[in-house]
Design a protein around this ligand. Structure first.
Ligand code: PRX
Length: 654
C-alpha cells in the first residue's frame, strides 16, 4: 500500500518503458492489424467508411466528408436513427441478451434485455410525443444514474428530439442556465436518488429551475425514492403512469439526416457561462461505435462497465451510445465506489463478470490509497481490458492499476479526449500499439495531432507545447463543423495558426516523444480539472463575487492526492465586510448554488488585496505556488508585494 502523498502526482513524465499487449488479448481483439494506421493515412477521409459500416443506415450516404464551403458535413446524404442502431437492430439475434444492468446504491439490481429496453423506450417515446415533444425540440434530462436515464435518451433519439443531459449533482441555477440556453421546454427528472445510503432529493432543484426559466416547462418525474411522496402539479407527469398509459405502443423511429443533432451537452469553457456542444447523429454515432470497437474492444457478448456518470460526455459516448450501438451489455452503477465498503466496485466486477472496465485516474488514486487488499478479496479474472480517461495518469497509478486490477494480463488504454471531440482521439490500439505508462499514446488511425508553440510551429520531441488536432474527424461537434474553434488567442490557451490550415486548438498542453506518443500535461486555459471534472475558473469566480462584501476573487488549483487538483479561492473583501467565518460560508454556499457541491473550494483565503502586476492583472501563478507551498521567487514585478506575506500567513493559519 502507498501512502497518501505517494498516491498522486509526482510527475507527468511517462515511464521510460514499453509494455506489449498479452498474446491472449491479441488473439481475440477486434483490431489486430497495424496496417490500419496506414490505411487511414493513405485513404483519408474515405477510410472512415470503416466507422460508418458499424451502423445501419436508412439511406446510404453519398460522401464521407463534404468540407467544401464554410461547413463540414460527415456522411452527407445519409440518414439513420440512433435508437434503431442502439436497440431495434439487435432484436433479431439478441432480444434476450441483457442490454442494461443496473446496480443501485441500496444494493438493488435490475436489468433490461434488448427486448425489454425496446419496449420501454418505445412506450416512453410515445409518452414524450403525447406531452407535445416534436422532432427538433430539446429535452433536458436532469437525472441520476438510473436506467430511466439511458431509456429517456434513446426515446428522445427515436423521435428526433435532441436531449440535453444535466448532471444530477449540478445546482438548480446551473440547470436553469442550461435549460435557458437550450430553449428547452421539456424536462425529465426524478424525485431523487441515493448516495452512500442517504436519499438526495432532486425534484426540489428541478422545481426551482423550472420556475426561473423563460418558457413554461412540461416535466416528467421518475419515482426512485422509496416512501417519498412527490406531489405533481400542472404540466407534471409521473413516468410510471405515462408508461402505463402507453403500454405496448410502438413508435416508428424518425429518419434523421447524418448531420442532424443527436444531443447537446454543456461543459465549462473560459467564460462565466457554460459552453454548449452539439453532437450529430451520423458522425458522432459512427465515431463512438468505431472507438468502442477499436479502442475498448467491445463485443456483443461482453459485459462492459464504464464507471463514469452519464451526466458527462464519457457516459454519453461510452456507457450509452457506443456500447449499445455494438449490442453489448452495459453496466450502470448508481453509487459511490466506497459504499457500503471499499470493495464495492470489485464486488460488482466479480458478480457481473465484467470483461472491460473503464474508469478515471482520480478513482485509481483512491483505490491505491485504500490498498490492494480490497481488489484482492475478489475474483477479477473476467477482466480483459482496462481503460482510463479524464486527466493525466502518472506511471505509478498506471502500474498499480495494471498489476492489482488487471493482474498484468490486461492492456490499459489511457484515452485522451474531450466533450468537444465526442470520442477518444489519442490512445493506443490495445492489440496493436505498445503501452507507455503515463503517456496516452499516439493519435488513433485517421487522427492527426501536433504539438506547437505560440506561433503555430511544431516543437521538437520532448518539449511542451499546445496540442492541436489538425485534421477533421467524424465525431467533431456541429460547432466545429461550422467553423467555431472556440479557443481564444495565443497566450490564452491557443497558438496562433494560419487561417488557411484546418485545426482545432484543444487548449491542452502536451509533449510528444520520438515515437509520436503524446503525454498530456493539462489545460492551458482557464479551465481546471478536478477529479476529472471540468470547471471554468470564471464560473466559480463570478459566483464568489456575487456575495455581498466580496471585492475580488481568484480561483486557482493546488495538487491533491486523490482529486489530482483541488480548488482554492483567494478573496479580497470590501472594507466593511465583517466576520470572515460567515463570509467564508457565504462564498461556499454561492459556489454550491451556482454550480453544485462538486465545485466547492477546498479553501477560501481572505486577504486585503490580491497580488497584482503593474498593469493590474492578478498573478494567479503566484497564488498557485502559495497553494502548493512552493518557493515564491522574485516578487519585484508585483505592484503590491506586501500582500504576499499576508496571504501566506492566512493560508498557514487556515
Ligand atoms: O485536459 C484534458 C483532460 O480532460 C479535458 C476534457 O474534459 P471533458 O471535456 O470534461 O472530457 C473528459 C472526458 C473525455 C481535456 O482537455 N483529459 C481527458 N482525458 C485525458 C485528459 N488528460 C490527460 N489524459 C487523458 N487521458
Amino acid at each position: 500500500m502507498v501512502d497518501g502523498n505517494d498516491a498522486g502526482l509526482e510527475t507527468h513524465q511517462p515511464a521510460d518503458e514499453r509494455l506489449s499487449p498479452p498474446e491472449s488479448f491479441i488473439e481475440q481483439a477486434n483490431v489486430t492489424d497495424e496496417s490500419v494506421y496506414e490505411e487511414f493515412e493513405k485513404n483519408w477521409p474515405e477510410a472512415w467508411d470503416r466507422a460508418a459500416e458499424l451502423l445501419d443506415w436508412d439511406e446510404d450516404y453519398e460522401r464521407v466528408l463534404d468540407d467544401e464551403g464554410d461547413t463540414s458535413r460527415w456522411f452527407t446524404g445519409g440518414s439513420l436513427n440512433a435508437c434503431t442502431n442502439c436497440v431495434d437492430r439487435h432484436l433479431p439475434e439478441q432480444k434476450n441478451q441483457r442490454a442494461l444492468v443496473w446496480e443501485g446504491q441500496l444494493g438493488e439490481r435490475r436489468s433490461y434485455t434488448y427486448l425489454e429496453l425496446y419496449r420501454e423506450v418505445n412506450e416512453f417515446a410515445a409518452a414524450l410525443r403525447s406531452i407535445g415533444v416534436g422532432e427538433g425540440d430539446i429535452v433536458t434530462l436532469y437525472m441520476p444514474m438510473i436506467p430511466e436515464l439511458p431509456i429517456a435518451m434513446l426515446a428522445c433519439a427515436r423521435i428526433g428530439a435532441p436531449h440535453s443531459v444535466v448532471f444530477a449533482g449540478f445546482s438548480a441555477d446551473a440547470l436553469a442556465m442550461r435549460m435557458d440556453s437550450a430553449d428547452s421546454e421539456y424536462l425529465v427528472t426524478c424525485d431523487g436518488y441515493y448516495r452512500r445510503g442517504d436519499a438526495v432529493t432532486l425534484k426540489n432543484k428541478a422545481d426551482t429551475a423550472s420556475a426561473s426559466v423563460d418558457p413554461d416547462v412540461t416535466s416528467v418525474v421518475v419515482d426512485r425514492l422509496d416512501g417519498y411522496e412527490c406531489t405533481l402539479g400542472e404540466d407534471e407527469y409521473d413516468y410510471g403512469s405515462l408508461l402505463d398509459a402507453h403500454e405496448s405502443e410502438r413508435v416508428t423511429p424518425v429518419e434523421r439526416d447524418a448531420t442532424d443533432d443527436l444531443f447537446r451537452i454543456y461543459t465549462s469553457g473560459t467564460t462565466g457561462t457554460p459552453k454548449g456542444v452539439t453532437h450529430t447523429t451520423g458522425g458522432y454515432l459512427s465515431y463512438v461505435a468505431w472507438t468502442s470497437h477499436a479502442v475498448l474492444d467491445i463485443k456483443p457478448e461482453d459485459t462492459y462497465w464504464c464507471s463514469a456518470d452519464i451526466g458527462w460526455i464519457t457516459g454519453h459516448s461510452y456507457i450509452v451510445y457506443g456500447p449499445l450501438a455494438l449490442g453489448t451489455t452495459t453496466v450502470l452503477y448508481e453509487g459511490a465506489p466506497d459504499h457500503p465498503e471499499k470493495n464495492r466496485l470489485w464486488e460488482i466486477i466479480e458478480r457481473q463478470a465484467v470483461d472491460v472496465f473503464y474508469t478515471a485516474p482520480t478513482a485509481i488514486r483512491a483505490f491505491m490509497k485504500w490498498g490492494e487488499e480490497y481488489p484482492q478479496q475478489h475474483d477479477l479474472s473476467s477482466l480483459r481490458l482496462l481503460g482510463t480517461v479524464g486527466e493525466p495518469i502518472n506511471p505509478r497509478a498506471w502500474k498499480w492499476y495494471y498489476k492489482h486490477i488487471g493482474n498484468e494480463n490486461c492492456p490499459i488504454v489511457d484515452t485522451w479526449w474531450q466533450t468537444e471531440t465526442g470520442g477518444v482521439l489519442i490512445t493506443t490500439l490495445p492489440a496493436v500499439t505498445d503501452m507507455k505508462p503515463g503517456s496516452a499514446g499516439p493519435p488513433l488511425p485517421g487522427i492527426s495531432a501536433r504539438i506547437v508553440d505560440g506561433k503555430g510551429n511544431e516543437v521538437p520531441p520532448g518539449d511542451g507545447g499546445y496540442l492541436i488536432i489538425d485534421q477533421q474527424w467524424p465525431g467533431m461537434p456541429r460547432e466545429l463543423c461550422e467553423g467555431r474553434a472556440w479557443a481564444a488567442d495565443a497566450g490564452d490557451g491557443a497558438p496562433q495558426l494560419e487561417d488557411t490550415e484546418w485545426s482545432y486548438p484543444t487548449e491542452d498542453g502536451a509533449l510528444a516523444d520520438e515515437d509520436d506518443y503524446i503525454t498530456i500535461l493539462g489545460r492551458v486555459d482557464d479551465v481546471i480539472n478536478v477529479s476529472g471534472h471540468r470547471f471554468g475558473t470564471m464560473e466559480i469566480e463570478s459566483a464568489i463575487v456575487s456575495v455581498d462584501g466580496i471585492a475580488e476573487a481568484a480561483v486557482v488549483t493546488g495538487t491533491h492526492d486523490i482529486q489530482g487538483k483541488a480548488i482554492h479561492a483567494y478573496v479580497s473583501t470590501e472594507d466593511d465586510a465583517g466576520d470572515t467565518d460567515a463570509l467564508r460560508q457565504a462564498v461556499i454556499d454561492a459556489v454550491e448554488d451556482a454550480i453544485g457541491p462538486i465545485a466547492r473550494p477546498e479553501s477560501v483565503v481572505f486577504s486585503p488585496d490580491l497580488p497584482k502586476t503593474q498593469s493590474g492583472k492578478i498573478m494567479r501563478r503566484l497564488l498557485e505556488d502559495i497553494a502548493n507551498g512552493e518557493e515564491l521567487g522574485d516578487l519585484s514585478a508585483l505592484r503590491n508585494p506586501e500582500v504576499v506575506g499576508e496571504i501566506e500567513s492566512a493560508v498557514r493559519s487556515d
